[in-house]
Design a protein around this ligand. Structure first.
Ligand SMILES: [Zn+2]
Length: 131
């Protein structure tokens, strides 16, 4: 990878990292008005309801996962490993990198990982018999 491309990627990833980190912090703060200082000078509406708070926290979680993915991509860029899957070392397809510049896994490995997460999220096995 040439210097120019490297610098471009780094600048873009750093910008994304800042964005996702700010996003996470803002959302967490919004979801927890009681222990923040947001009311000072705040002009927005009432504190969110529980349901809304849950939704905000879920999006904060996503933003924080994105931030950590971008952080990993940056580290890999510095190591010269950017563009290769961190699980199987295969090339990540250019189309995937264009769509997700901070992808650290190829499509196949990402799918396997997502399935693993889905599995963890499931409730106790007994729920399978109660449906
Ligand atoms: Zn892979």
């Amino acid at each position: 990878m040439d210097e120019g491309r490297h610098g471009e990627l780094r600048a873009m990833l750093e910008e994304l990292l800042t964005k996702f980190r700010t996003d996470t912090r803002d959302k967490v703060r919004r979801a927890r008005p009681q222990d923040g200082d947001r009311r000072i000078g705040a002009t927005d509406d009432d504190p969110p309801e529980d349901l809304e708070r849950g939704v905000i926290l879920a999006t904060a979680q996503v933003a924080s996962e994105m931030a950590s993915a971008v952080g990993q991509a940056l580290a890999r860029l510095e190591e010269g490993a950017y563009g290769f899957c961190c699980d199987c070392d295969d090339d990540i397809s250019p189309a995937r990198l264009r769509a997700l510049p901070f992808a650290v896994r190829c499509t196949d490995c990402e799918r396997i990982r997502e399935q693993g997460k889905e599995w963890e999220r499931r409730e106790t096995p007994t729920s399978l018999f109660l449906q």
